[in-house]
Design a protein around this ligand. Structure first.
Ligand code: MF3
Ligand code: CO
Ligand code: CO
Length: 269
């Protein structure tokens, strides 16, 4: 038993109603706006700790709550993953240098609803290989999003992402996945970014989840550092990630975390 509205499917995935969509749009819009507003703070010489402190302040100013502070002992309002860091990079004294690429991942709680999104940024000048990696990763997220409609399966989403990435001779990380969310941070199902068509749970209207592919220029294997959070590519190759929170509609999906400024790529907008 729990206090949340909406039935659970046989896979344990909650089906939300229009109030849920409204709540998720409010939470998603704040998370996305924070990612817009943080962009000017990314430059060579800046530390990831200062960027995180600014994000924590923005969450407070909005009267919202950070979902990550206090989550399993995590102490920051964002994850900031630089270069070969795949995800869960811990903000701190690390100084950004020219050409560094970084993912900033923010999750906020607004009126009990969770908005979870991440994007890529660059400090200074974006290198050609890094730009290509970032482009392919963003395209892969949208290939996944385009596969979202009732009747399709989670395997269809993963397959669309994997096919696009591997056609570019890049690799999809398998050690981390997207997740259901709503009035909780991490709920069923695990949203894999690889897979076979027609496999996995069937998508239904009212499901909320993230898609958040991590793509490496080299091999897909990762390892977690001694801090128990920072995940890096084993071969030290560059890694990129984009994340949206979405809700399944009758005909496709709504993206809760679109950039209000239309700013979703380090060199666009
Ligand atoms: N926002 C991350 C996700 O996409 C989770 C971060 S958990 C933290 O699921 F504790 F590392 F912040
Ligand atoms: Co997420
Ligand atoms: Co996230």
């Amino acid at each position: 038993m729990d206090d949340f509205k909406g039935r659970l499917t046989k896979d344990g995935i909650r089906i939300h109603d229009t109030d849920g969509f409204a709540g998720m749009h409010r939470a998603g819009a704040l998370a996305a706006r924070i990612l817009d507003d943080v962009a000017p703070l990314v430059f060579p010489g800046q530390t990831t700790g200062v960027i995180d402190a600014a994000i924590e302040h923005m969450v407070e100013e909005a009267g919202a709550t950070s979902a990550t502070i206090g989550y399993r002992g995590y102490q920051h309002a964002s994850c900031i993953s630089v270069n070969h860091v795949v995800c869960h990079g811990i903000p701190g004294p690390k100084v950004l240098k020219d050409g560094d690429i970084l993912n900033i991942d923010v999750t906020v709680i607004v009126d009990g609803w969770f908005g979870d999104t991440s994007r890529m940024y660059v400090a200074g000048k974006l290198g050609r290989k890094a730009e290509r990696l970032i482009e392919v990763t963003h395209e892969a997220l949208f290939k996944g999003i385009e596969a979202v409609r009732p009747g399709n399966t989670f395997g269809d989403i993963g397959h669309a992402i994997q096919t696009h990435v591997e056609a570019q001779r890049m690799s999809v990380v398998r050690d981390f996945c997207g997740h259901g969310l709503g009035q909780v941070f991490h709920a069923p199902p695990n949203v894999l970014h690889y897979g076979r068509p027609g496999t996995g749970p069937v998508l239904e209207e009212g499901m909320f989840f993230t898609i958040e592919p991590m793509v490496n220029l080299g091999r897909p294997e990762t390892k977690v550092l001694a801090d128990d959070w920072t995940a890096v590519t084993r071969d030290k190759s560059l890694s990129a990630q984009f994340e949206h929170s979405i809700g399944v509609t009758a005909t496709g999906c709504e993206i809760f975390t679109l950039s209000p400024a239309g700013r979703f790529h380090p060199t666009w907008g």
